[in-house]
Design a protein around this ligand. Structure first.
Ligand code: ACO
Length: 438
C-alpha cells in the first residue's frame, strides 16, 4: 500500500577536504526501490551543487503513481504489475487507476467512461486551426500546436488550485486527444473530419475517426480495437521519463495545463523517446533483409556514426523492458488474427533482436528491445500510418502526464522546477567597444 517517503535513521556525511566542513545528508526511503539521499542542505552547508548530467541518478520528485525496477524488468502502476493490467484491464480502467490511485468499482468505471465520452468533441474554432497547416505537416507538430491552443479555449478550467477544475481538465484532455489526433490525420489526407461517436469505446472511436469516410460505411475490426486498447494500456505511464518530467517542469511554473501537456507532446516526439516507434519502422525498411543486419549492427556500434539501433536500449531498463515482451507476444497474436502472420517486417525485427542479443556490444551495455521496438509492427498491421505512431503513444501517455501533473499541483510542498548548472563559460571580462574588436 501507499505510504509517504520518510527519513531513515541513516545519514551520509560529506566533508569538504579543504575546509573540513561537513554536511550530514539524511536518507529518504520510499515504499520499494532504492532510497534517496536528501541533498537539499548541501549547498547551504558546503557551497557546492551536485552534478548529474541527464539526471541519471537524481530523483527530483516523490511520486505514488508508477514504480520501475529496471534491473528486474518490473513495472507497477499504483502497485499493480503491468503484465496483470495488460491481461485483465482496459485503457479506461488503467486511466482511472493512474489518476485516482485505486482500481474502480463497476459503477465508478462507468461514471468515469461517461465523463470522458462527454468531452470527446472539440470546439469548432479549434478545428479550424488545422487549415493553417500544410498537408505534409507532421501530425505530432499539429497535435502539439492544437493542444497548446486549447489553453485559449477552456477558461472554465483555468484555476489549477481548484480540484474540480483539475478534474474537468483531466477528462477533457484525455477525451479530446484522439479527436485532435484523428483530425491531424484527416488533414494530412485531405479528407473531411469525422466527428466522435460516443457509442464507441475509446480505441474504436479513434479508429473510426481516423478511417471512416462520409461516403461509405466503415466496419470496425474488433481485433484492431482490442490491440490498440492494449497498446494504450502499455504506454499509459512510465514514471519520470523525459516527456513526463517536461510536463512537470512546465506545470511547476503554474503554466496552463494544456500548455504543459503540449510541452510533453513535443518532448515525446524526439527519436530518443517516443519518436523511436516511427524510427524503428524506418530502420527496418532501411535494413530490408536479414542479410543486411550485420552491416547495420556494425553501424550501430560505430561511435563515429550517428546510427543507433532504434527501439533498443533504455535509461532505466537494464534487462528486458516488460512492455516489449508483452508487445512481442501480441504481435504474434494480432498478426495471426488479422491473417498476416507472414509479416516480413516482424520477421526481420525478430531476427534483428536475436542477432543483437548475441552480440557482445549489446550484452555488455545491457541494451534490450524497449517498448517501441515492436509496437510499430502492430500499428502498421492495423492500418495506422507511420507518421501517426508517436501520436498513438501521445494519446496513451496523456494519462500519465495528467496523473503526474495532478499529483504535483495537489502537493502543498510543490516548488518551481529549477535545475542548477556547472558553469564552464568565460569568466568576468570587460565590454569592448565594437571598433576595437578584431
Ligand atoms: N544502439 C547502439 N548503441 C546504443 C544504443 C542503441 N540503441 N543505446 C545505447 N547505446 C550505447 C551508447 O552508445 C553507450 O555506449 P558507450 O558506453 O560505449 O558510450 C551505451 O550504450 C549507453 O548508452 P547511453 O546513450 O549512455 O544511454 P542513455 O540511458 O543515455 O540513453 C536511450 C537511453 C536514449 C533510450 C538510448 O538507448 C537510445 O538512444 N536508444 C535508441 C532510441 C530508442 O529506442 N528510444 C526509445 C526509448 S524508450 C522510450 O522512450 C519510450
Amino acid at each position: 500500500m501507499e505510504a509517504a517517503a520518510h527519513m531513515t535513521q541513516k545519514t551520509f556525511t560529506v566533508t569538504d577536504p579543504e575546509s573540513g566542513r561537513s554536511s550530514a545528508l539524511p536518507v529518504r526511503s520510499g515504499t520499494i526501490g532504492p532510497a534517496g539521499l536528501d541533498i537539499s542542505a548541501l549547498h547551504k552547508d558546503l557551497g557546492v551543487f551536485t552534478y548529474d548530467p541527464g539526471y541519471a541518478t537524481t530523483a527530483a520528485v516523490e511520486s505514488r503513481i508508477t514504480y520501475i525496477d529496471g534491473d528486474a524488468g518490473v513495472l507497477l502502476h499504483r502497485g499493480y504489475p503491468i503484465e496483470q493490467l495488460a491481461e485483465h484491464s482496459t485503457f479506461m480502467e488503467v486511466a482511472y487507476l493512474l489518476l485516482i490511485g485505486e482500481l474502480p468499482t463497476a459503477k465508478q468505471l462507468e461514471e468515469f467512461i461517461g465523463n470522458i465520452r462527454y468531452h470527446t468533441m472539440i470546439n469548432e474554432w479549434l478545428l479550424r486551426f488545422f487549415n493553417g497547416f500544410h498537408a505534409n505537416a507532421h501530425p505530432m507538430a499539429m497535435v502539439s500546436g492544437v493542444v497548446a491552443s486549447m489553453a485559449a479555449f477552456y477558461h472554465d478550467t483555468m484555476d489549477i488550485h481548484n480540484p474540480r477544475h483539475r478534474e474537468i481538465f483531466a477528462h477533457r484532455i484525455i477525451a479530446k486527444l484522439p479527436t485532435i489526433a484523428a483530425a491531424a490525420h484527416k488533414h494530412s489526407l485531405g479528407q473531411p473530419f469525422i466527428y466522435p461517436q460516443n457509442s464507441l469505446d475509446y480505441a474504436s472511436n479513434l479508429l473510426n475517426m481516423m478511417f471512416a469516410v462520409p461516403c461509405e460505411q466503415y466496419r470496425l475490426d474488433p481485433v484492431a480495437s482490442k490491440a490498440l486498447d492494449l497498446l494504450f494500456v502499455l504506454h499509459a505511464d512510465h514514471e519520470q521519463n523525459a516527456s513526463t518530467s517536461t510536463v512537470r517542469l512546465a506545470g511547476s511554473t503554474g503554466a496552463n495545463p494544456y500548455a504543459a501537456i503540449s510541452a510533453g507532446v513535443s518532448a515525446l516526439w524526439g527519436p530518443a523517446h517516443g519518436g523511436a516507434n516511427e524510427a524503428v519502422l524506418v530502420m527496418l525498411e532501411q535494413i530490408g533483409s536479414v542479410d543486411n543486419i550485420p552491416k547495420y549492427l556494425a553501424m550501430a556500434k560505430d561511435k563515429s556514426s550517428h546510427f543507433r539501433l532504434m527501439g533498443f536500449g533504455h535509461r532505466v531498463y537494464k534487462n528486458f523492458d516488460p512492455r516489449a515482451k508483452i508487445i512481442r507476444e501480441m504481435c504474434h497474436k494480432v498478426l495471426a488474427a488479422l491473417g498476416r502472420s507472414d509479416n516480413p517486417l516482424f520477421e526481420l525485427a525478430l531476427r534483428l533482436e536475436e542477432i543483437a542479443l548475441k552480440d557482445e556490444y549489446f550484452l555488455a551495455r545491457k541494451l534490450y528491445p524497449n517498448v517501441d521496438f515492436y509496437s510499430g509492427v502492430i500499428y502498421s498491421a492495423i492500418g495506422i500510418p507511420r507518421s501517426m505512431f508517436t501520436v498513438m503513444f501521445a494519446i496513451a501517455r496523456t494519462v500519465g502526464w495528467v496523473a503526474n501533473w495532478q499529483e504535483m499541483i495537489a502537493d502543498p510542498g510543490m516548488r518551481i522546477g529549477r535545475p542548477r548548472q556547472l558553469y564552464t563559460g568565460a569568466t568576468r571580462r570587460e565590454y569592448l567597444d565594437i571598433r576595437k574588436r578584431v
